[in-house]
Design a protein around this ligand. Structure first.
Ligand code: GRF
Length: 202
């Protein structure tokens, strides 16, 4: 399967997908890395790996207008599935519908806990002993789609949001490629996913 990855920053999850795709038995390849920030650190990394990149700032553009540009890039690259990897931008309903059932996201919490930002800070403040990361199918609601896989990460006494983020990131890098591989290799979309995502785009 052909994957387009959307990033906004350093792109370590994108890199983990790129490295996973190098294994002979991996059922996906990364064919495009697109960013809504030309300064995103992950772009140089993708270029060095010989992957096509596209970047443009979304500033001054309407959400749907910018997303249409991204969609045009994904189509031109004949992308089958979209992987959001630290893409820090809400997507327009049109874009979400266009990729319904074919777009995944990774989120640094055990969803449905701590949707949105500052997940590690919130987990520590709540006194949680365990947090983790989740990969889910993207729906119109933020961090709300069907969860495909999670990894738990223990919170250690003295953890700060930064130390915890560093350990959860290790788990993210392993989880994302595994879940994506299973997702693209499946023969049919399970009913429980269809029920939550609605009409699947083709
Ligand atoms: C990751 O923790 C991801 O879960 C979150 O933002 C971070 C992105 O990191 N949404 P990177 O750009 O993949 O290194």
């Amino acid at each position: 399967a052909r994957i387009g990855v959307l990033i906004s920053g350093r792109g370590s999850n994108m890199a983990a997908l790129v490295y996973a795709a190098k294994r002979a038995d991996c059922p996906f390849e990364i064919v495009l890395v697109a960013a809504n920030d030309p300064e995103a650190g992950g772009l140089a990394l993708a270029e060095a790996e010989g992957i096509a990149t596209w970047a443009q700032s979304h500033k001054g553009m309407k959400r749907a207008e910018f997303d249409a540009l991204v969609d045009a890039q994904l189509r031109a690259a004949r992308v089958d599935y979209v992987a959001l990897a630290g893409y820090m931008r809400l997507l327009s309903p049109e874009f979400v519908t266009r990729w319904a059932g074919r777009m995944l996201n990774i989120h640094p919490s055990l969803l449905p806990k701590y949707k949105g930002l500052d997940t590690h800070e919130r987990a520590i403040e709540a006194g949680d002993r365990v947090t983790g990361c989740s990969v889910h199918v993207v729906t119109a609601e933020l961090d709300d789609g069907p969860v495909l896989g999670q990894t738990e990460v223990a919170i250690v006494a003295g953890d700060t949001p930064d130390t915890l983020a560093g350990r959860v990131l290790i788990a993210e890098h392993q989880l994302y490629s595994r879940v994506l591989a299973d997702f693209v290799a499946r023969e049919t979309t399970p009913e429980w996913i269809v029920a939550k995502v609605g009409e699947l785009a083709l």
